[in-house]
Design a protein around this ligand. Structure first.
Ligand SMILES: *[C@@H]1O[C@H](CO)[C@@H](O)[C@H](O)[C@H]1NC(C)=O
Ligand SMILES: *[C@@H]1O[C@H](CO)[C@@H](O)[C@H](O)[C@H]1NC(C)=O
Length: 598
């Protein structure tokens, strides 16, 4: 036990009283190592001791209450599995030909969703297919949230009639001049700009929205506020988490603002989001760990949960994607990505005991009873949101972690000699995580719950994961049990398919699509969330709840990835596009100006 450790344990919170209480102990220690004071300077020595003690007490208390203590040493890295191109699979024939029948079924599903929205709620931010009406995110009027979310899907799917009407709406009816606070969100319009071969309408709208959002970065640290008034252009903190911004929110505008900076030669966009990454980079805890909350005043992490799902996901996703977006020249992002993936492997990756499912855990801070000390506990909980990670790790393995001799020419599927040892590790973890995510769809409905927990050991007769506090059919289900049309698993399936050509990824995607068609499709048009994935027949969710505010009502994300899964490999190739966290593709480009210098 070190001196610092015993100081930390002995000390009560930093009231001046308790600091005085503790003075004798520490003063004795200090006196033992300090040179014998001259009698004349004894008073100033006492002052010094008192000052040091008070400062230490304050720093310790501040550290305990505000800033994170690194838990990395609590857990051990897991041994690496032997490498295989697709773990557990024999050889297969790679055939990327489009599966037109399935692809057409996906297009029909999108039309089913869009046509209902267009019929009942065109222009409104959200749509409730059972009530058959739209609502807006705020009272101040809609911003066309659903239209801008869907328009590039129409371009990808070749739906020219729908696209023409949507474009007409953007040109004539869309306005961002709304006097209310909006959560910052990605504009998505740059994908439409790109896929329409440079229709200036979309660029102009993207610039308008970005200019309204720029003030979110006007904080002392440069980390963004969570919310912004689009009319008055004033940023404000999340009312539920004053002074805080989630790591995912801080790192969500990066891809778009960088591309916008490149397109417009206005580097302000670029600098603002790059500065955020710099602040995060410097605030990271030892060994690359990052909790879910930051303090935007001081630009530091707050003692809070460490996980990959909600409030964290896009940060992790964008480390790799920022590196890929600019043609793999910004090594600062590459290094951050490497550190983060190492930290994840050292701390957050687990394998279940019976089914050998690879999954991710969370680490939660806990104040111990009768002790001011903080400890960290692992919670074996995985959000559906984490399912982006499987595909992301595989993509990182074939790009950032290809061996130099294979860079840019990794085969499909890759072989062991083309990937670095870290690349092999990430590839295996990624492929296994996808299997786990697919396994969470093995429910009564074939849909995945929003959150699963894993069992520490083996519980005979039971699977390795479960829905916590699950209620029997008929009773009001828990939050974790719902399926809210999340796209992350099909995103990973699409990436794994493009990188391996293994037909099982299309099979998995088709099974998920059929479960959605069976249980989420509303006959009169649209798709609804399901309240309990283990209950058949299902109960739909149609109420407006805040967690659904940003729900993808026309399913454009999920259906876009499914469309790509059944397309041939020339549609949006992964070496030419990066997808933002909302499934909007942006082209890979070479920056003209300086980039990535922090
Ligand atoms: C949403 O906002 C738009 C634009 O102000 C408005 O035309 C529309 O009626 C609003 N929809 C609802 C359901 O309030
Ligand atoms: C891996 O791929 C490279 C390049 O395509 C090839 O030269 C090499 O022989 C392959 N190695 C194995 C073990 O298949």
């Amino acid at each position: 036990m070190s001196d610092a450790g015993s100081t930390l344990r002995n000390r009560k919170p930093a009231t001046s009283e308790s600091a005085q209480d503790d003075t004798p102990d520490v003063a004795k220690k200090l006196a033992a190592v300090a040179p014998k004071p001259e009698s004349g300077s004894f008073l100033s020595f006492l002052f010094l001791v008192f000052g040091v003690v008070s400062l230490t007490a304050f720093a310790v208390a501040a550290g305990r209450y505000l800033y994170y203590q690194n838990p990395a040493d609590y857990f051990w890295p897991k041994p690496r599995e032997p490498w295989a191109a697709v773990p557990g699979e024999a050889e297969w024939v790679v055939d990327f030909a489009a599966d037109l029948e399935k692809r057409n079924a996906v297009v029909a599903a999108f039309k089913h969703a869009w046509s209902a929205y267009e019929r009942d709620a065109m222009g409104d931010d959200e749509y409730h297919p059972i009530a058959r009406k739209g609502t807006n995110l705020t009272e101040a009027g809609g911003i066309g949230y659903t239209v801008i979310d869907s328009i590039d899907t129409m371009l990808i799917m070749g739906l020219t009639d729908e696209y023409d009407r949507a474009r007409h709406w953007v040109e004539n009816s869309m306005s961002f001049d709304r006097d209310a606070d909006f959560n910052t969100f990605e504009a998505r319009l740059l994908s439409a700009y790109e896929l329409s071969d440079g229709d200036e309408l979309f660029l102009a709208r993207a610039v308008d929205l970005a200019d309204r959002m720029l003030p979110v970065f006007d904080t002392p640290s440069g980390l963004p506020y969570s919310r912004v008034n689009l009319a008055t252009r004033v940023g404000s903190p999340d009312p539920d988490h004053r002074g805080l911004v989630s790591t995912a929110e801080a790192a969500t505008l990066q891809l778009e603002f960088r591309y916008l900076g490149y397109l417009t030669d206005n580097l302000d966009y670029w600098d603002k989001v790059e500065n955020v990454m710099k602040v995060i980079s410097q605030a990271r805890l030892p060994k690359g760990l990052t909790p879910i909350f930051m303090n935007f005043e001081v630009g530091k992490f707050i003692t809070s949960e460490i996980r990959l799902g909600s409030r964290a996901d896009s940060y992790f996703e964008y480390l790799l994607k920022q590196y890929l977006q600019t043609g793999s020249v910004e090594t600062n992002y590459r290094l951050m990505y490497d550190d983060a993936m190492q930290a994840i492997h050292d701390n957050l990756i687990e394998v279940s005991k019976r089914q050998k499912l690879t999954y991710t855990v969370e680490i939660h801070p806990r104040r111990q009873m009768a002790s001011p000390e903080m400890s960290w506990v692992r919670t074996l909980k995985q959000d559906h949101l984490v399912c982006f990670l499987g595909g992301s790790l595989m993509l990182g393995a074939t790009t950032a972690h290809a061996r130099p001799s294979a860079a840019g020419s990794v085969s499909i599927p890759p072989n062991e000699s083309q990937l670095s040892p870290v690349g092999q590790r990430d590839w295996t973890t990624g492929a296994n995580l996808i299997e786990t995510c697919v396994d969470t769809y093995r429910t009564a409905t074939g849909l995945s719950p929003e959150i699963v927990h894993f069992r520490e050991g083996i519980d005979s007769g039971k699977g390795d994961w479960y829905i916590k506090d699950a209620k029997p059919p008929g009773e009001p289900p828990v939050y974790d049990a719902r399926y809210i049309l999340r796209p992350e698993t099909v995103e990973s399936l699409f990436i794994a398919w493009r990188l391996t050509g293994h037909p099982k990824y299309r099979r998995y995607g088709w099974e998920i699509f059929q479960a959605i068609e069976t249980h989420c499709r509303v006959p009169g048009g649209g798709y609804a969330s399901v309240l309990n994935v283990e209950e058949v027949p299902v109960t739909w969710e149609d109420k407006m709840e805040t967690f659904l505010m940003m729900a993808d009502v026309t399913q454009s994300e999920t259906l876009k990835y499914l469309y790509l899964l059944f397309s041939d490999e020339t549609v949006l190739p992964l070496d030419q596009y990066v997808f933002n966290t909302e499934a909007h593709p942006l082209p890979i480009f070479r920056p003209t100006a300086r980039a990535g210098h922090f």
